[in-house]
Design a protein around this ligand. Sequence first.
Ligand code: UD1
Ligand code: CA
Length: 452
Amino acid sequence: MLKVVILAAGAGTRMKSKIPKVLHKIIDKSMLDYVIDSAIEAGALEVCVVVGHMKDQVMAEVKHQVVFVEQDEQLGTGHAVMQAKSFIGTEGQTLILFGDTPMITGSTLKKMQAYHQKTNQTVTVLSTLVEDSSGYGRIVRDQDGEFMKSVEHKDASDDERAIKEINSGRYLFEAKALVDALVKITTDNTQGEYYLPDTLNVIMDACMKDDAMVTSDYQEILGINNKVQLAEAGKIIQTRINQKLMLSGVTITDPEHTYIGKDVTVDADAIILPGTTIVGLSHVSEDAIIGPNSYIDSSIIGEGTKINQSNVFNSKIGEHTTVGPYAYIRPNCTIGNHIKIGDFVEIKNAIIEDGSKVSHLTYIGDADVGKNVNFGCGTVVVNYDGVNKNRATIKDNAFIGCNTNLISPVVVEENAYTAAGSTISKNVPSYALGIARAKQINIDDWVKRKRN
Ligand code: UD1
Ligand code: CA
């Protein structure tokens, strides 16, 4: 049974931000969410997050089901884990992760578990080799290469500081040994903190096995302390996500300038053009073409549909439909198949059924639009009377003339027309023409008189 404890109580002052460090986002998820995802991918049954600095904000933002424990004073990594003592219990294994290291992957954590099991360790620490090891805890080994201890930079001798193998801060412990060791560590060190790595010495002294497993991917180890590192981590995660999609058959013409969230799914043969961002629980189907410069959030895009230079939020768009350029699909729209949503069209909280066309300069808010409806240029659904939002219904095969205002609540029945320039406030019956505009009169020689 695997439990995971994620340390996230630190202040992160170098971020120079009012937002707690672990909540800073990479594409569309917080660093902490990436770490929790990896824990779950590694097979964690329960996850505990140790919170302290700005704990209310952190607890409010975590999306997964986790247990929170509080560390009121940050007295060190060992102290932080101590707060989770009753969560850890005495059965199975406990994995310790940091909330500010979002690049760790579930597959590396699984390798760590396999190593731990195979070599029968009491604790396995994940280590890696880096060129510049300063600041990190160093992994000290004996002449035979056997793990001896982990020593903090500030407590290390010059010889130890020359070591390039660093402690990543991630460990897999037998739960009981961890809990027993935690009560034995002290603050007798340069920083006066309870160091979690000191539990390794306690376990070693008790003649149980510890070892360090070296991972070659040092990027997975990197912690984020400032916004430069946040951007670097963003690039690494972006590359991982885009490469995975491309290898599964998605065409991404300029992966450097394409931002796709980890939870987005894209079918093979979809094409993602430059400057596009797709986030949330979005799905893009086969042969869809998204972009350039489109933003899609929590939306479903059907097969063969094109979204050109447009924004789509919390909506579902069917198959072989075209959207844009410069369209704005706001939340709660269901747009069907073979539909055209053209330039400068805004749609909100509306249903539009198959075959309809909204080609230019139109606002449709709070409306139910049937099949094969044609909206002329410059139509406005007047959904707000200053107090209430009302709904309009435009039924199958209706034709809405250019520059019509449809004052909701109103119904345009099947096969009805509205005349261009009409302000329609009464229902229009089936096959009727709704016309609501002043009759034209021409005043002869008006211009000549005006100029005199
Ligand atoms: C720690 C390790 C070091 C390792 C390095 C890898 C210790 C003593 N040192 O050092 O061996 O090489 O990570 O990055 O463990 N935290 C709390 N409560 C605390 C202290 C820390 O929740 O009281 C959290 C922080 O929010 C952070 C993580 O633990 O997410 C690491 O703490 P930090 O102080 O950055 O440890 P390092 O000095 O980097
Ligand atoms: Ca750190």
